[in-house]
Design a protein around this ligand. Sequence first.
Ligand SMILES: NC(=O)N[C@@H](CC(=O)O)C(=O)O
Ligand SMILES: [Zn+2]
Ligand SMILES: [Zn+2]
Length: 346
Amino acid sequence: MTDTLTLRTPDDWHLHLRDGAMLRAVAPETARHFARAIIMPNLVPPVVTGADAAAYRERILSALPEGSSFTPLMTLYLTEDTDPDDLARAYADGIITAVKLYPAGATTNSASGVRNFDTVRPVLERMAEIGCPLCVHGEVVDSDIDIFDREAVFIDRVLDPIRRATPGLRVVMEHITTMQGVEYASEGGPDLGATITTHHLVINRNHILAGGIKPHYYCLPVAKREEHRLALRRAATSGDPTFFLGTDSAPHTDANKLLPCGCAGCFTATNTLSILAQVFEEDGALDRLESFTSINGPKFYRLPVNDSTVTLIRGAPVEYPDHIATDDGPVTVFDPLMPLNWRVAD
Ligand SMILES: NC(=O)N[C@@H](CC(=O)O)C(=O)O
Ligand SMILES: [Zn+2]
Ligand SMILES: [Zn+2]
């Protein structure tokens, strides 16, 4: 049995770092194991201009531990008022790496998202021209659509029409949670990618709802039936370059999770690599872990893979803290409900 595994240093293609005290607490958790991450722009207020992204980038860099070489890859939050020239300038200057589309009301801090997809058509056309990827939170929010069907309906009603209307637009389906998502992404050709989170490889909807409600397993898109989790596992472990890691590590304080109307999000930055190694080992796919964490993402984003490496070592189960402390209160670390035998070497 393999006891050590050396990978090119992973990148996280979907990450929430927040701001202020939360940013200072969570940035080191990702910077410890990852070289780069696509930073989500859903702050309050959101990151909507090139200047906002440049300023947020500086705040992230200041929150990193001394000597860290972690690179935040910034995104803009697409609104119905996004200025295509500002976007194109920020992309050309290397300030942003992608643009994020949130349907209004779909998830945490998405009130300024897009309501009418026709209004953003000129922006999407410009993005197709310059090659700037669009990261998509793929859920419809119509109240007549069941929350477990939001992703599949989004693909049919919104995503596929946008892609047909905007040839050449490079799209990442963020945090896919369904077999429909897997199928659509895998048939989409080289301009379509999909991120998969750590937690959606581990939990299904029973983990949230059976035996009492478990707010720490509640995130959006909400985890689906077991058959969907298994489809995600097959996709992630397949080596197919369409699929890459985006943890969607989304910290909220326990006070904000444990409410009658609690926030959506799982915080996985701390133990993601150990969990993924366990998952890939269970599926006999350790040799494809590096494709998922370190190769397929840069390939899609047309960035070089990292030269540095991390080593995972198999041994006695690793202990991770239950919580990390922030000046706003504790944040619960995702509990994968299984022993983790792979630790990341110092
Ligand atoms: N994933 C989540 O459940 N929450 C994210 C938002 C998102 O990625 O949709 C957050 O910002 O908290
Ligand atoms: Zn999202
Ligand atoms: Zn997210």
